[in-house]
Design a protein around this ligand. Structure first.
Ligand code: FES
Ligand code: FES
Length: 359
């Protein structure tokens, strides 16, 4: 454990955290900052964005230890930066429908705060570039840009430029006034999502040891070091769960094609296929323990060619199915024979060709 102290939303904050804990996990699970959302944990989606010493940063890519002695701002801390102006900021975001589910909203607010802290007017293109690292999965960007334009304009930070991308319009919600008032909580990090369940005190963390290779025979799965790791309560290989773990029937229409084993037993057929389950007191402990699992593989050639796969080469993807051709389907619509005889041109393509060309 490392002792950390830094400024969090303007207040001194101290914590002890595992050295490998990300800043995002530290802020969520130790500091209780639920505005930090984890979409990808790879620095792509931007949902975990915070300000570190005034500059936006992906908290999933930083270690908590890197915050030592610095100043971190999350969406929870933005309203206090603007005691007078915040109601107008929130109203602009809500009334212009700048969010639906609100998952990306706290990070958008943090980005807005970075712009508001600047001292010169910002062009619309600069705002767009600024937002380009934030992925919104359900609303889109025009309403966000509209709201940002209005807020920056009121703050005297707009270049005054208008853009066809951001028509001057007021998008009114059809929701009730109560619903609109309630939506403001999303801007302050008050949205609640499934991942927040894991932050309750009495909830254990679960993780999976996953295959690092695309196709292989499993020679051995050794979980001894995983089980001994600090914070781990149990680790299960498939044989430990024989009586409880039921296979998942894979069906097409009324037919049962095969039973999918939820934990790989004798072989793996994709990178990331689960091999064992680890249960611990917290996510960081589980993730460290997963890395201690010792898996021995005999690598096999992956199946990457559709035509060859139909012939079973270089092998069967799902051994439970026993074949790579799970079912055959013939579908005809209209007068196929007539069209083949009387058509001006005839083109024949296989499904595999269509897939290859689209890729
Ligand atoms: S969770 Fe950090 S960038 Fe996606
Ligand atoms: S509002 Fe849903 S992801 Fe942006």
């Amino acid at each position: 454990m490392v002792k950390l102290s830094f400024l969090l939303n303007g207040e001194p904050f101290e914590a002890e955290a595992p050295p490998s804990m990300s800043l995002a996990d530290l802020l969520r699970s130790i500091a209780g900052m639920r505005s930090i959302h984890l979409g990808c944990e790879q620095g792509v989606c931007g949902a975990c964005t915070v300000l570190v010493d005034g500059g936006s940063a992906r908290s999933c890519l930083m270690l908590g230890a890197q915050a030592q002695g610095r100043s971190v701002t999350t969406a929870e801390g933005v309203p206090a930066q603007h005691p007078e102006f915040w109601p107008a900021i929130e109203a602009a975001l809500v009334e212009r429908n700048a969010f639906q589910c609100g998952f990306c909203t706290p990070a958008m607010v943090v980005c807005l705060e970075e712009l508001l802290a600047g001292d010169k007017p910002v062009s619309l293109d600069a705002v767009l570039r600024h937002l380009s690292g934030q992925l919104c999965r359900c609303t889109g960007y025009t309403p966000v840009l509209d709201a940002f334009g209005e807020i920056l304009g009121r703050a005297g930070l707009s270049s005054g430029e208008t853009s066809s991308r951001t028509p001057a319009r007021q998008v009114r919600s059809h929701a009730t006034k109560d619903r609109i008032d309630d939506r403001g909580r999303f801007t302050r990090g008050g949205g609640r999502y499934v991942a927040d369940l894991a932050l309750a005190d009495d909830v254990l963390a679960v993780g999976f040891v996953r295959s690092a290779v695309a196709r292989a025979r499993i020679l051995s799965v050794d979980l001894d070091s995983t089980r001994r790791a600090e914070g781990v309560m149990a680790a299960f290989a498939p044989e430990d769960l024989e009586s409880t773990l039921r296979p998942l029937p894979v069906r097409y229409g009324p037919g049962r094609l095969y039973d999918w084993q939820l934990l790989a037993r004798s072989s793996v057929s994709y990178v990331g296929e689960p091999l064992a389950v680890v249960v611990g007191t917290n996510r960081a402990a589980v993730e460290e323990a997963i890395d201690l699992a010792d898996i021995e593989y005999e690598p096999l050639s992956p199946v990457v060619d559709v035509e060859k796969a139909r012939e079973g080469s270089p092998g069967v993807v799902r051994p439970e199915a026993g074949t790579n051709v799970l079912f055959s389907l013939k579908r005809e619509q209209g007068d196929v024979d007539g069209a083949l005889v009387g058509g001006a041109s005839l083109e024949a393509r296989s499904f595999a060709d269509i897939i290859k060309n689209s890729i």
